[in-house]
Design a protein around this ligand. Sequence first.
Ligand code: UD1
Ligand code: CA
Length: 463
Amino acid sequence: MDKTIILAAGEGTRMKSKKSKVLHKILNHTILEYVIEASNLSENSQTIVIAGNNKEQIENNFKNIIIRKQEIGHNIPYGTGYAVSCAKDLIDDDDNILVLNGDIPLIRKETLKDFLNSHKQNKMAVSVLSTKLEDPTGYGRIIRDENGNFSKIVEQKDCLESQLEVNEINTGIYAFNGEKLKFALSKLNTNNNQGELYLTDCIEILKNDNQKVAAFSNLSFEEFFGVNNKFELENAEKIMRMRINKKHMIDGVILHNPEYITIDKDAKIDIDTEIFAPCSILGKSEIGKNCVVKSNSRIENSKIYDDVIIDSSVIEDSVVEKGVDIGPFSHLRPKAHLKENVHIGNFVEVKNATVGKNTKAGHLAYVGDADLGEDINIGCGVIFVNYDGKYKHRSVVEDKAFIGSNSNIVAPVYIEKEGYIAAGSTITKKVHQGELAIERAEEKFIKGYVEKKKIRDMKREEK
Ligand code: UD1
Ligand code: CA
């Protein structure tokens, strides 16, 4: 069976954070999530995460993975070799074990698959994935003999002067035969400058046991970039952002200033849609064809159909059908559903409400907990008063109703087809089909008011 062991028990001290390093986020997903996703090589492969003091934090974030705890403390061994040995009980003799560090979010599944296949085809005891770096500082070096055959890995801190020159490095990705791995782990020792059990020593151990070992070099060094501090976190995010955005552009989406557009790895966008920075398309959002998303918009976990225009607006957990236009400065909160050709203008908030075809709310309105039909006009400043201080209530408005400006619809209220609400009314009762509902104090006209006021003010000033 293919099994992946992800090493994530390190303390991550350089991150300077109370949060576990691998749970820091890149484009809204944890570093570890990217690594787990890439290492999920097939339906029947298994992923095991080695956690340390962050075990609980990791468990809370990932429900269906196998976790083994590496105890961390004085008098307990430390190092990548010890970490892998914590999963020894899960390793069967004929398994192919892929081992990788948990801090490399840019790694691609295809790269891991190709690597594991080379390992299997060549029937290696252990294979190492290497790459070449202009500046190899900090990494374990791949040491080869006169014939170019791989012999061992030497850590930076244990390197001889001449070995420091080597620019082929260990990416921290290995493939082992299960039986050979268990054998090598049992022979590890701490005779090195860090006093750790190095996983990398397994290679020399197997080589000395006349087993087949190889280092496969891969040129896409970017994928092996490890995140150790918050500067590297930002760097990785930048690379991931452009990787995702490039794919969308190649697939037919138009992005203006893509370095300031954040698109979630799980989002889908159809052709000829145009997005202007800065913008975020987050979660499992889907956007159809030919839409325009203008600057300063955030779309989260929402489904947007074709030909929609969104300007400087926020859309969360909502559905927006074909031909709708929204904004500038409006907010669709969870469970807003706008049907075809709805118009939502400036400063409008919609929440847990359906809005029927062609209905318009042009300015300054709150539509919460309501079901609106088609061809309705919602005037400026209309409020669906949905909350009585303890409970939420729903209102219904049928087709072709007209809600005059600055009205309050105090839920639960039912407004039938073509019902009219006069501007400024507070409506608490059912409005029947074709009725005009008006609720206002009678207008009064006070004659000579300004003259009287002037005299009164003059007397005050004399005092
Ligand atoms: C390791 C490799 C080095 C390689 C580099 C690639 C060793 C000895 N060295 O060095 O050859 O070039 O990765 O990035 O393996 N971890 C545990 N338990 C531990 C120690 C570490 O789970 O006791 C985990 C860490 O969380 C991390 C990974 O193992 O995800 C690598 O550990 P780290 O200390 O970063 O190793 P490097 O010094 O980078
Ligand atoms: Ca590292």
